[in-house]
Unconditional design. Structure first.
Length: 402
């Protein structure tokens, strides 16, 4: 067993997938509450990679893979963005031969290997009684696997795409929306000065929430999302009309990174290399849409071309400090996780539903998808959000079906 002091029990916590503001406040909430309840907390470094790389030798230095968390450590980190225990896109059930830790390579030599038996033994070696992974549907899909193997898991949802099933809210989404709106407002000055169409590419591989909410808030005229294959000529016509109706002669469209237009067979990728969960890195749809808008614009603008400003927001919306919601919700989620542990409950996902904190079965993460309901919330003729009434709707309105 690792050199940690056992009290009432030991809780392990990790962050996986992309970084978002709000992760450190969640780690802080879990740690402070756990310490006060006489538990010890171990931060597992680098997501699933860290626990996979543990070497089970009494005197071996595993400090690259885990750290014992204290109130002093988490209080300092809790006010900042990112994740101080680091993260990775690692799937221990599908590890390429070249990525297998050196001390396991005699045992695991297939092109793709399942190191779950080692992960379970490593958790036992550290003496961890409960595991709290914080992540999106990819990270949490492996948490479901561990739960099915018999380990006690309580998960916390995070992703700026807000597409983890079972919850109205995922850590990171509010800051992403806030930053997106702020940056659009910054870019308006250039778009207006040059009377151009502003095309902004935002996150959203399969779900278009990060494009829909800023548009609904008035930050953009139109948005295109992964859930609906749009027509570029139609989009161009709408944007040219929007531009002409604007006294400053500009218009704005948000383009989800996973959006496709008619004639496209698949999403646009930066490379064909895939991560451990089978995803290639997206990128380029904003440029493609910009070029085609410029090409089609003369037919809707009396034969004159409308120039385009293209901007990919990327990591600018996921870096830096969390906003107020991404400081408060992680605090609540961390305490919810401890409430369940104190009750001896596991195999759950802490959630926000209909404005109330709750928990749901962990396997909801893998049993369904959370996407924009196009019929209910997206006007395919106007290429913008659609809603009949806000009465009794969740805070962020289009939270998806689950």
């Amino acid at each position: 067993m690792a050199q940690v002091l056992r009290k009432k029990g030991i809780i392990g916590i990790l962050t996986g997938g992309g970084d978002v503001p709000g992760l450190n406040p969640a780690i802080r909430a879990v740690t402070i509450r756990a310490l006060r309840e006489d538990y010890q907390v171990i931060g597992l470094r680098k997501g699933w990679e860290g626990i996979m790389e543990i070497k089970r030798e009494k005197n071996y230095d595993n400090s690259e893979s885990y750290m014992v968390l204290t109130e002093q450590i988490v209080n300092k980190a809790g006010r900042t963005g990112g994740t101080f225990i680091h993260t990775s896109r690692t799937n221990p059930s599908k590890v390429k031969k070249e990525d297998v830790p050196l001390h396991y390579r005699d045992t695991y030599s297939q092109p793709v290997n399942d190191l779950t038996p080692e992960v379970l033994q490593n958790l036992e070696f550290l003496g961890i009684d409960y595991l709290i992974p914080i992540g999106g549907d990819d990270t949490l899909s492996y948490a479901v696997r561990l739960f099915k193997e018999g380990f006690k898991v309580i998960a916390i949802p995070k992703t700026m795409d807000n597409d983890v099933p079972g919850t109205d809210y995922c850590i990171g989404f509010s800051t992403c929306i806030t930053r997106t709106i702020n940056m659009i407002n910054t870019l308006r000055t250039s778009a207006g000065s040059h009377e151009r169409i502003l095309v902004i590419e935002v996150f959203g591989r399969y779900a278009g929430f990060t494009a829909m909410l800023p548009t609904m808030a008035g930050a953009a005229n139109r948005c295109v999302i992964p859930e609906y294959k749009f027509d570029v000529e139609h989009l161009t016509q709408l944007l040219v009309e929007d531009r002409m109706q604007n006294p400053s002669r500009y218009s704005v469209v948000l383009v989800s990174e996973g959006a496709t237009f008619k004639g496209m067979k698949d999403m646009l990728y930066k490379s064909t290399e895939k991560d451990a969960f089978g995803h290639s890195k997206l990128g380029g749809i904003g440029v493609a849409v910009s070029n085609m808008i410029k090409e089609h614009s003369p037919q809707f603008n009396k034969g004159r071309t409308v120039n385009v400003i293209n901007q990919h927001l990327g990591y600018l919306v996921r870096g830096g400090d969390p906003d107020s919601i991404d400081s408060i919700v992680p605090m609540a989620y961390g305490n919810l996780a401890l409430d369940l542990i104190l009750k001896g409950i596991h195999g759950r996902l802490v959630v926000l539903r209909n404005g109330r904190y709750d928990n749901a079965p962990l396997d909801v993460v893998t049993s369904t998808k959370k996407l924009v309901d196009v019929k209910r919330h997206y006007n395919t003729e106007r290429l913008r959000p659609f809603f009949k009434s806000f009465e009794f709707q969740p805070l962020f309105i289009m939270s998806g079906n689950y």
